[in-house]
Design a protein around this ligand. Sequence first.
Ligand code: ATP
Length: 295
Amino acid sequence: MELKLSNLTKEFKDVAAVDHISYTMTTGVYGLLGVNGAGKTTLMRMLCTLIKPSSGCITWNGKDIFELDGEYRRLLGYLPQDFGYYPDFTVYDYLMYVASIKGLRPATAKQRTARLLKQVGMDKEKKKKMKKLSGGMKRRVGIAQAMLNNPSILILDEPTAGLDPNERIRFRNLIGELAQERLVLLSTHIVSDVAYIAKEILLMKEGKICVAGSLKELLAPMQGQVWSLDVSKEDAETYRKNYKVANVRIIPKGVNLRILSGQRPSENARPESVLLEDVFLHYLGEGMVEEDVSI
Ligand SMILES: Nc1ncnc2c1ncn2[C@@H]1O[C@H](COP(=O)(O)OP(=O)(O)OP(=O)(O)O)[C@@H](O)[C@H]1O
């Protein structure tokens, strides 16, 4: 099983939303990480054959996916960022309806729906109307609908958007489970969504993959470049101007900074182990501020 992107490009008027991407994926979870506007959705929509590339190609086991057409789409499950549902349908009826659109026979549809409702933990809620579900529950139904045809390729666009931390963990576990026998590509701008479960993480910026690999491979080159430093509020401002600061935390004596630097930024700086957040900042240029710190 191999999904291969070769020199894949999608241009809209004056923007290259996806810019000459080449990458090969097999089974397991692939995490596509990038800030808003990086090109994640455009890439995923091409992988779902919803839009055609401007140039380059995507092949599944060596064959162009647009030529495979329906044959490819039968292997595909997709959860778009805003997935449409009928608010007055119950969860069960909604899934049965999607199953019929996907061309499943009624007996298979019933069987799959029952199994998926259990797998995504929505069995008890199956008679609830879609409009009455929480954000996390809706997302779980979203995954279930994408899984109805037992796809070999599962594409999830921002599946954890709007979820609380518990739902996020639950979701990660579910995705990890589903990826045992299929290719799962999941986009997010939340680092922790992919840090634990992705076999490979692709960092995307301005239409390009700037770095990709396993968590270990992404962390290794940055060892020895992450520091923790306690400073006064006044000094913090200077450090923030002069260094990439991955995190700012108020402490009783002032401010604790997490600094990315090839050189020790101060004698008092303590080395820290690298996190995926640091890699994100290093390549994508955005850090995190834990608290409201107007310094
Ligand atoms: N149909 C379109 N027409 C014109 N420009 C578009 C179109 N779709 C996307 N773009 C542009 O392409 C770029 C990438 O957008 P895309 O939605 O793929 O990014 P993203 O990484 O999914 O962002 P987000 O996390 O905000 O959804 C953006 O500059 C966007 O404005």
